[in-house]
Design a binder for this molecule. Sequence first.
Ligand code: SF4
Length: 447
Amino acid sequence: MALTGVQIFKLLPKTNCKKCGFPTCLAFAMSLAQNKVELSKCPDVSEDAKKTLGEASAPPIRTFNLGVGDKAVKMGGETVLFRHDKKFFNPCALAVNIKDTSGDDELAKIAVEVATSEMNRVGQQLRVDAISVEYASNDSALYAKAVKLIADKAPDAAILLNCKDAAAAEAAVKTIAARKPLLYGATNETAEAMANIAKTHGVPICASAQGLDALSALTEKLQGLGVNDIVLDSGAKSAKEIIEHNTQIRRSALKKNFKPLGFPVLNCVIRDDSTLEASIASVAIAKYASIVIVSSVEKWKNLAIFTLRQNLYTDPQVPMQVDQKIYNIGEPTADSPLMITTNFSLTYFIVSGEVENSKVPSRLAVMDSEGLSVLTAWAAGKFTAAKIAQFIKESGIESQVSHKELIIPGQVAILSGALEDKLEGWKITVGPREANAIPTFLKSRAS
Ligand code: SF4
């Protein structure tokens, strides 16, 4: 069970030496109790205390990486059941499954699709993270070859070895050990053999069992064999099972500190019907999956899943924002229009996208409104005539344009009079209320 701050304090050196960055041992203990700091920050903890505290302060859901390098996916480490309680930390990895019998061309095609799946959405790079190579051939040499081909063609993707045959899994691991593939196929029968492979090559394991009782028995067995980086596959297939199992796992880990289920969760949601598959994937992502395996990489499906995942894993208390500055869109000249909006990411990307669509080179002044959209910022007093005037004056834009005309969003037309008073010599033009009207608006001015 988790220790209280006072219980932790009793085990610390109590010297108040401040090496941990906290003014007192008690302050450090209180933060440790809330999982806000790691025990390793105190260099003077005794070995005995370290053991007791290490166990007690271990995160309720173990954290480790899927894959290696810059694009490795951090999994686990979640601390709440509901996003609004704090935030979710580590977005679910999206993996696509392919059988080793698919043939070199098809294997290469899927690898390239994954390698080129990256897209930018509201300032974040989103991608398919992993490829699951399924052992369907019953030929370990063919399997290892397929795994190697996939790894070569998708050099940044994490690899899942979807294989219940320990000998075939080991042959495949050996070919790409540096990529730290996930051994997806440890069952009660293969636990010892898979644990040996995992320990020898330092790779994580996915424990697969039918139901949570069998699964927790299996993870205890694997831990007893010395494996700690474990992913859970409870065998849940339907949306109902996924919600039930994943919720029970998350509750057991967070509320009961039940260690055998304190690991990231994998759901395989493969269906013949792509739309149904995307729907089940969405359910799994919304309800705590750390890896979701789908059958194909299609742009529409990726976009839907990326969007859901991104929305779930943003911090609900911190609006996404872009930097305050004047953005050039196209190659504006001194005569080009100057528009203004707020720095809420979604607002910026929608407005700048529509300005781009207009093909009219323009400048977009983006003002810091603490990440609020136009109307909200205006209502909160962060997008006022005085603040806009100050921003425009301090931006230095006046020396770059041959006109003194500022186009404001139609939703804050009410500011135009006050702005003309504050920005002496400037003409304030009220632009469209909705961003999708911007292309017509800009083109009509240019003609
Ligand atoms: S480093 Fe350790 S001993 Fe020093 S103040 Fe922090 S908790 Fe106390």
